[in-house]
Design a protein around this ligand. Structure first.
Ligand code: AMP
Length: 187
């Protein structure tokens, strides 16, 4: 059983690489960004509350995402890929506690490293097709700041536990996937 966190800045390729990992190891994919965007699309009460926060590129509150993750962790799965969660150290600690309730733990964290200029270039390119209201030049800078200030410390959290796999996220998509799969299999 593998429980994996895919980690990286906005535009690092988490969504793309998630598809390969999920397929290879038969995992359940949990993306907090997708779950939150669904709330907005369905115009739920929660969706109405979080839309302006997401559009501004800020993180939504821990309570909201933790409740979503708690509901999404099922027992009848070969393992879970967490995408977009944890986004700060408190969320990482909570995730460990939630998994422990199910007799599970994180196997490893896959960190995709991509230089800042390339992240901005990719997000603006994605904006042409994604339809995401937070994929624009103004919001991107805020999202990168949130990442650098709040999310990056999560990298050390997993490094200290010997669970961090550092991946060069620049280059051919298939070559990056092959690198990720090989490193996970070595764990
Ligand atoms: P993503 O699709 O992962 O890039 O997430 C899009 C947006 O959803 C982020 O900019 C945040 O506003 C919100 N979001 C997603 N995951 C989390 C999380 N774990 N904690 C707080 N906010 C989140």
């Amino acid at each position: 059983m593998k429980n994996i966190v895919i980690f990286g800045a906005p535009g690092a390729g988490k969504g793309t690489q998630s598809d390969f990992i999920v397929e290879r190891f038969g995992l359940t994919h949990i993306s907090t960004g997708d779950l939150l965007r669904k709330e907005i699309a369905d115009q739920t009460e929660l969706g109405k509350r979080i839309k302006s926060i997401m559009d501004a590129g800020h993180l939504v509150s821990d309570d909201i995402v933790v409740e979503m993750i708690d509901k999404a962790i099922a027992d009848d799965t070969k393992g879970i890929l967490f995408d977009g969660f944890p986004r700060n150290v408190a969320q990482a600690e909570t995730l460990d506690r939630l998994l422990a309730k199910h007799g599970r733990s994180i196997t490893c964290m896959v960190q995709l490293d991509v230089p800042r200029e390339e992240l901005i270039r990719r997000i603006l390119e994605r904006a042409k097709v994604s339809g995401r209201s937070d994929d624009n030049e103004e919001t991107v800078k805020g999202r990168l700041l949130e990442y650098e200030n709040k999310t990056l410390p999560v990298s050390e959290y997993y490094a200290k536990q010997g669970k961090r796999l550092l991946i060069n996220g620049l280059g051919d998509i298939k070559a990056i996937s092959a690198d990720i799969i090989a490193q996970i299999e070595k764990m």
